[in-house]
Ligand binder design. Structure first.
Ligand code: SAM
Length: 206
């Protein structure tokens, strides 16, 4: 991992993704989770302060080590045990039907094989389990979507693997989930290329 990916990008990401609008969106989503919870792509732990008392165990998977001191600080007051496994979400080391909830925020843009990861998330959810997601992706506005396509290769480099133009709803569907709630909106404090949002709730669908 180069200097930029190891030292500069995590700080930029942490700063850019901890603003007021991000915090509000994170807390609204993450606070819905309860019981045993899986978070994919923990990053610098920006969601940790928003999990509720109803969470009994949080297991996070994250392949990179990003700002470990900030991560520890954010998890310090958690009322639930936290386990972090340094792996990619495409192969999850958990038994089938383990989790009540799975959570993903701004992660499906970066996972190299998002459908594979989502299939794994679906596998480890209980039959009644729910997958909560809050992700940026392809815009509904054709002009912006075209610019997302053009600039995607550059974003891929500066965003350490991030894609601007993924259809998150289609990825969730391709993995076999049935999506019961999907809200598409545009973030106010983010440039429009990266602010087209997909927020939803999906079930195993079997
Ligand atoms: C833009 S950051 C978002 C971090 C965090 N989810 C948040 O909301 O602040 C994308 C995250 O996805 C992680 N990631 C990349 N590839 C991954 C993979 N294969 N499995 C799980 N996480 C991955 C990155 O290391 C990074 O932490």
């Amino acid at each position: 991992m180069g200097l930029y990916a190891k030292h500069i990008f995590p700080r930029l990401m942490d700063w850019a993704m901890s603003g007021e609008e991000f915090q509000r969106l994170r807390s609204e989503l993450v606070s819905q989770a309860s019981g045993t919870v899986l978070e994919i792509g923990l990053g610098t732990g920006l969601n940790l302060p928003y999990y509720s008392r109803q969470v009994t165990w949080l297991h996070a998977v994250e392949p990179a080590i990003l700002l470990p001191k900030r991560l520890a600080q954010r998890g310090k007051n958690a009322l639930y045990p936290i386990d972090i496994t340094r792996i990619s979400a495409e192969i999850l080391p958990f038994d089938d039907r383990t989790f009540d909830y799975a959570v993903s925020t701004w992660t499906l843009c970066t996972i190299p094989d998002p459908v594979r990861a989502l299939q794994e998330v679906r596998r480890v959810l209980k039959p009644s389990g729910q997958f909560l997601f809050l992700e940026h992706g392809r815009s509904e506005d054709d002009k912006i979507a075209k610019w997302q396509d053009r600039l995607n290769p550059i974003q891929n480099i500066i965003g350490c693997g991030c894609h601007l133009n993924r259809r998150i709803d289609q990825l969730v569907q391709q993995a076999g989930f049935s999506t019961t709630e999907l809200d598409r909106f545009v973030m106010q404090t983010v440039p429009r290329l990266g602010g087209a949002m997909y927020r939803g709730r999906a079930f195993r669908g079997d």
